[in-house]
Design a protein around this ligand. Structure first.
Ligand code: FRU
Length: 918
């Protein structure tokens, strides 16, 4: 159990660890950005790529910033869609480079009106509903170009202009700037202008047609390097590239880009058009973080030509190298950061695991410690149990030995009883047959005869049962008609059935009832079961026997009665040897065990059905034929006669209803004795002892006895302990609780002389008890004593009403008188001792004790105490000033508390309460 508990704890901890780790990892990996910036690029080219790189690099400086870049290919509709998408995603800020000013303005305004700050880069819109602008000053660049052209052409020449997308603001501003300068140089003529929409292919195509229309061209100005290189390509294809100069804008570093085209002499010059991605992010973040920012952020430009291109290239390549290094550093930093964050995560995880492990360890150690303690306790208990078991084994061995010894003693004693009993039985029978005896003697001899028969039967049964237990009971098989035999055996109970007014029937259908069995055993089964049935069936009940064939090879016999039945919990035990149900079903516990033994020896079975109050049915089923040699039944006539007579006598003796012999026998002039006993013989015997001096009333159980006692108020009651319906204890208790009978002395008759029984007897209020078997003298002596004690005690202490009815001898009268006077004189003397009392009367202490006890039933000490208590009671009842202590001392008690105790025991009340009541 402990193991599974530890396992449960481990499971919980495992789940907890997993849960915490998941929580921890998810909290570490979850990306929570403070800001999201949407970037909408109008074109997809190297210049934009450079800008995007700058944006991303700059964004790295803001750890909680996410940049989402969307690029369209010079398509305004696509860009509107992209911006709308950003708006609905709820970006925190928009960076927009509008493809065409007019087309993109509404969607930018929408974003702005929705509260999304908008940073325009490179190109502008037609409204001022934007938050900030970051980009080159295109008008200024246009002017720089105009100045450069005028200077380069020395104020004279023919130029071709290739512009960017018409609606985009750089195209317009650059053109305006250039025109504003060139208008001061009238000899410089713009011979052709074409919109190449910032694209190389467009420029190549458009310039090709211009070339064919113009024989003389001094300079081609394209608004970006891409278009300039397209024009150069067209010229090169036409073989005219050396005839003219090519000027562009952007000046991007890198292969085939502006600066390299200058060093390669493809372009004469180009102008730096800064991408400004980093600046755009800085401004955006200032806006988002609520810092101060410039609304218009114009980035400066510069001329790149043969004079500085190489240096620029070198610087650019240096910068690129540095950029590379920064990139590497950046990556390393990223890696470090990543490692740092994973290490940090790992550390946290370790801490969490360590805490959980510590908790686990705590539980494991605790569980282990508890297990050790439990084991220690268990082993201690085990040891204790083992010791107890050994003691029990030892005890049971001793008990077994003792039981064996007792049983063999019992058997031997039983055996020894048999001969004397037989020797009593026979002479008694002969005496009964004699004509010289009177009726009373005949009656007494009848009792002896009946009881000797019962005793002999009991002893015979015990001895047979012991034989059976020791495997020494033999079967003597003979062939006989079991139906006829059972019917004949049952006839022994016929007379009893008439006497008890019990309907007694025998049923068997026609058929073959020849069996091979032990006839004696069958006979004894019949006697035993019928004896029980008659014993427990009250008057007017019925007892039935039925015998029938069960198939071809079995015979069934049923013995049913309408008797008192048995409580269900006892039914299953009744075949156990020595089992006794209760005092109402008292018996030896041998009869039914023997019946079962006989049945089993016949390979049959016996069952019982019984319900308390409605009767019992015993069913026996045996095979028709027993295997073995048929030897014929042994002749044990004497034994069987005894068993038969004993069974009938037993049933008769302990029948449930006393025969009505109470009526008309009550002599009012005599004292009345009520005898309550379920054994008719006992009642009759007691009656025979008492009828000369007393009127004797009889009852067969406590309930009847109680009724008779209340109705007749006898002088004394002799009551058996074990009886059906209501036992003696209960009867006595009720007699003592009933005001009309509470004064009647009760003498309990018990078959047991054990102390426990005695105590029980006194607890229920019995005044005396006498153990069965009792001698008639003892019974009489006790009886007289009880009746006389009541009277003498009363007399001794001054109740003169009964004085004349107390037949005390003269000598005794003198003794009693002396004793009473002495006690009265010394009532207040606490030091007055029994020795002194004896001395003054002239008796020794022992003599005084014996004499007083015999005459009064009380010891001298008790008499002295009772006298003192009576005096005290009189004082309490007459004097109102005295306290309990004063009274106690006055009547010779040395301690008021002892006085209170004695008073309460004697009068049943506390003296203080009596005083108060008064
Ligand atoms: C890039 C580009 C550049 C030019 C700029 C004008 O997309 O075409 O070449 O300078 O746009 O907005």
């Amino acid at each position: 159990m402990k193991h599974s508990k530890v396992k449960h704890i481990a499971d919980y901890i495992y789940i907890a660890i997993s849960f915490f780790l998941l929580l921890f990892i998810s909290s570490c990996t979850r990306s929570k950005y403070d800001f999201i910036i949407g970037v909408s690029q109008c074109s997809d080219d190297e210049w934009r790529s450079r800008m995007n790189e700058e944006i991303k690099r700059e964004a790295l400086f803001y750890p909680n910033l996410k940049v989402d870049i969307n690029t369209v290919k010079d398509n305004s509709d696509e860009q509107i869609k992209a911006i709308n998408n950003f708006i609905s995603k709820g970006v925190d800020l928009l960076i927009v480079s509008p493809n065409e000013a007019e087309a993109i303005t509404p969607v930018v305004e929408k974003a702005f009106n929705n509260g999304i700050p908008v940073v325009l880069v490179d190109r502008k819109i037609t409204s001022d509903k934007y938050t900030a602008f970051v980009g080159g000053d295109n008008y200024f660049i246009g002017k720089q170009i105009g100045t450069y052209i005028a200077d380069r052409l020395n104020g004279e020449g023919k130029i071709v202009e290739l512009t960017g997308l018409k609606g985009s603001t750089p195209a317009l501003e650059r053109q305006k700037g250039m025109n504003d300068v060139l208008k001061d140089f009238p000899s410089i003529e713009i011979i052709a202008t074409a919109d190449a929409a910032w694209l190389k292919a467009n420029a190549e195509f458009k310039f090709d047609s211009i070339l064919s229309g113009h024989k003389e061209i001094d300079l081609v100005f394209a608004q970006n390097d891409r278009m300039a290189s397209g024009a150069y390509e067209a010229a090169r294809k036409a073989g005219r590239e050396k005839e003219m100069l090519f000027v562009g804008v952007d000046a991007l570093a890198g292969e085939k880009f502006g600066v390299e085209l200058v060093t390669d002499s493809v372009l004469d010059a180009t102008f730096i058009y800064p991408t400004g991605g980093d600046k755009a992010i800085q401004v955006a973040m200032d806006i988002l973080q609520g810092k101060k920012f410039e609304r218009e952020n114009l980035l400066s430009s510069a001329l790149v030509n043969a004079g500085n291109a190489r240096i620029m290239q070198m610087q650019t390549s240096h910068i690129k190298t540095l950029d590379g290094k920064i990139e590497i550093l950046n990556r390393k930093l990223d890696a470090f950061l990543m490692r740092y964050s994973s290490q940090k995560m790992f550390l946290y995880a370790c801490i969490v695991i360590a805490i959980l492990l510590a908790v686990l360890l705590f539980f494991v150690v605790r569980a282990y410690w508890m297990k050790i303690r439990l084991n220690a306790e268990l082993s201690r208990q085990k040891q204790q149990l083992e010791e107890q078991r050994d003691q029990l084994i030892d005890l049971s061995r001793k008990l077994e030995e003792a039981t064996k010894a007792k049983l063999s003693f019992f058997t031997n004693v039983s055996h020894d009883f048999r001969t004397p009993l037989t020797l009593i039985a026979d002479p008694v029978k002969r005496l009964m047959e004699s004509e010289n005896i009177n009726d009373n003697e005949k009656f007494l001899l009848g009792i002896i005869n009946k009881n000797v028969t019962v005793l002999l039967r009991l002893i015979n049964q015990i001895m047979d049962f012991r034989k059976f237990e020791n495997g020494k009971l033999d079967m003597h098989l003979s062939e006989f008609n079991i139906r006829d035999c059972v019917k004949e055996w049952a006839e022994a109970f016929r007379t009893l059935s008439y006497r008890k007014h019990i309907t007694f029937r025998f049923n068997a259908e026609e058929g073959d009832y020849n069996v091979i069995a032990d006839a004696e055993m069958m006979e004894r089964i019949t006697y035993n079961l019928l004896s029980n049935a008659f014993k427990f069936t009250p008057e007017n009940g019925s007892i039935n026997i039925s015998v029938c064939r069960e198939g071809d090879d079995r015979i069934t016999m049923k013995f049913s009665d309408t008797g008192v039945g048995m409580p269900a919990e006892h039914v299953k035990h009744i075949f156990e040897s020595f089992y006794q149900i209760d005092v109402h079903h008292a018996g030896s516990g041998i009869g039914l065990a023997l019946v079962k033994a006989f049945v089993e020896m016949h390979h049959g079975n016996i069952s019982v059905e019984s319900a308390e109050g409605s009767g019992t049915v015993f069913t026996i089923s045996i095979p028709v034929k027993q295997d073995g040699t048929v030897t014929g039944s042994v002749d044990r006539k004497a034994l069987l006669t005894n068993l038969k007579e004993g069974a009938v006598a037993m049933a008769d003796q302990e029948s449930l209803k006393a025969e009505s012999n109470n009526a008309g026998k009550k002599d009012v002039s005599k004292g009345i004795v009520l005898v309550i006993d379920d054994n008719q013989d006992v009642r009759e015997y007691v009656r025979s002892l008492l009828y000369n001096q007393y009127s004797v009333l009889e009852a067969a159980n406590g309930s009847e006895g109680l009724k008779l006692a209340i109705a007749n108020v006898p002088d004394i009651i002799i009551c058996d302990v074990m009886m059906p319906v209501m036992d003696g204890m209960e009867c006595c208790r009720r007699l003592k609780a009933e005001p009309r009978t509470s004064h009647i002395p009760v003498m309990m008759l018990t078959a047991y002389s054990m102390d426990e029984q005695k105590i029980k007897g006194y607890e229920c209020g019995a005044d005396s008890y006498i153990s069965k078997p009792f001698s008639s003298e003892l019974l009489m002596a006790r009886l007289h004593n009880l009746i006389d004690n009541r009277k003498r005690l009363k007399d001794f202490f001054g109740d003169k009403t009964l004085a004349n009815t107390t037949p005390l001898a003269d000598a005794d009268k003198g003794f009693v008188e002396k004793l009473r006077r002495l006690i009265e004189e010394n009532i207040g003397n606490a030091d007055f001792s029994v020795e002194e009392m004896g001395e003054q009367i002239g008796f020794s202490r022992v003599q005084l004790y014996r004499k007083a006890k015999a005459l009064t039933g009380y010891t001298p000490n008790e008499l002295l105490r009772i006298a003192r208590l009576n005096k005290a009671n009189a004082i309490i009842k007459t004097s109102s000033e005295k306290s309990i202590s004063e009274i106690a001392y006055e009547v010779g008690f040395s301690s008021p508390s002892y006085f209170t105790k004695c008073y309460k025991e004697f009068f049943g009340e506390n003296p203080t309460d009596v005083l108060k009541k008064k």
